[in-house]
Ligand binder design. Sequence first.
Ligand code: ADP
Ligand code: MG
Length: 253
Amino acid sequence: MSQSLNIKNLHASVEGTEILKGLSLEIPKGEVHAIMGPNGSGKSTLSKVMAGHEDYEVTEGSVHMDGVDLLDMDIDERSRAGFFLAFQYPHEIPGVSNANFLRAALQARLPKGEEIDAVAFYKDMYSKMDALSMDRKFTARSVNDGFSGGEKKRNEILQMMMLEPHYAVLDETDSGLDIDALKIVAEGVNRMRSPERGFLVITHYQRLLDYIVPDVVHVMFDGRIVKTGDKSLALELEAKGYDWVTEELAATA
Ligand code: ADP
Ligand code: MG
């Protein structure tokens, strides 16, 4: 059984339009992979398909997490099995406090009859909030309700730190963050890097990758991975833009 998040020939459609057109990518446990690509290339579609968003129909291909069929699972099962997605546009959940939300998510991971230890939970949450420079007042506020763009992104990372997933996908977590917040968030991610965990960091800009240095960089275009390289590929993209990749593609077509 391969210890990886393994995406093979993935095709997915939304409202009858094919967005993912045979995307393949394997993230071995312990590695950080980045996907860069122009807007509209399908990056968020990929992340939402993996998380189980109901608007997207998988028409071909597979996604396996440590050998287990991810697409065969219900959304909550995917999460409990260790998959995590930090959304590009996090949802607001009015009426549910951040603390209760996190506690319920962690409780759902425990065997039946076992209760979460409230003291340990708060201690853990506060230390992780401190690491993200999040004010404690955010525990009592409704999830993302009225949060600024940057506060939502930090809250996504807090969720990730609390849930300790085996594989985490971060969809443009850098958007909406100023440079100081970006450094704090990147530090949070870097502290979670481990041989036991894989990351897929999706970003439009290379700036985030100055702080979360990836092992592998993939370029996505029109629903596929069209180029893969090391971290220097991100710098090359930053310097030359995406046109260079698409021109290269056209020349080899
Ligand atoms: P990216 O994240 O790379 O910018 P997206 O995955 O958000 O790209 O979008 C890829 C394409 O799929 C776009 O053309 C977008 O308009 C379309 N798309 C994504 N989600 C939906 C949806 N729910 N309904 C209709 N079109 C969608
Ligand atoms: Mg997107």
